[in-house]
Design a protein around this ligand. Structure first.
Ligand SMILES: [Zn+2]
Length: 131
């Protein structure tokens, strides 16, 4: 199969192989979409031409290794974000409360990593304590 490259979408991804020289680099030109996976083949596979490894476009996200449809996961997290409790979300969406808890945990871990990546700058000067 000939790898495909969609510039707008592929640029948001990066290689997840810790041993790859291009690990964690976005917009580096090393990634290509190379096929589909999942039950209905809706999940794109990504190929890194540097290390020659493949991974799912969902790797490193809340949807990684998810067995629920994407819309259901998003709905679970929407309910939680809007203040609906775990049990109420479970009842409304007809999923096990442990499933709701699992996605809350995954979303929290993902949010912490995103926060640490995006807000890693810390001012070198300390603030005046009078402020
Ligand atoms: Zn790589």
């Amino acid at each position: 199969m000939i790898p495909e490259r969609f510039p707008g979408e592929i640029d948001a991804l990066f290689c997840h192989n810790h041993n790859c020289p291009d690990y964690g680099l976005r917009k580096n030109g090393n990634l290509w979409f190379c096929g589909w996976s999942g039950k209905d083949e809706k999940i794109r596979m990504v190929y890194c031409k540097t290390c020659r490894k493949q991974f799912s476009e969902r790797k490193g996200t809340v949807l990684s290794e998810s067995r629920l449809p994407e819309e259901k996961v998003i709905s679970i997290l929407d309910h939680i974000r809007e203040g609906c409790g775990t049990r109420a979300t479970s009842r409304l969406l007809h999923v096990c409360k442990d499933t709701v808890t699992q996605y809350i945990l995954k979303a929290g871990i993902h949010a912490k990593k995103a926060h640490d990546d995006l807000v890693s700058f810390s001012p070198s000067q300390q603030r005046n304590s009078n402020r």
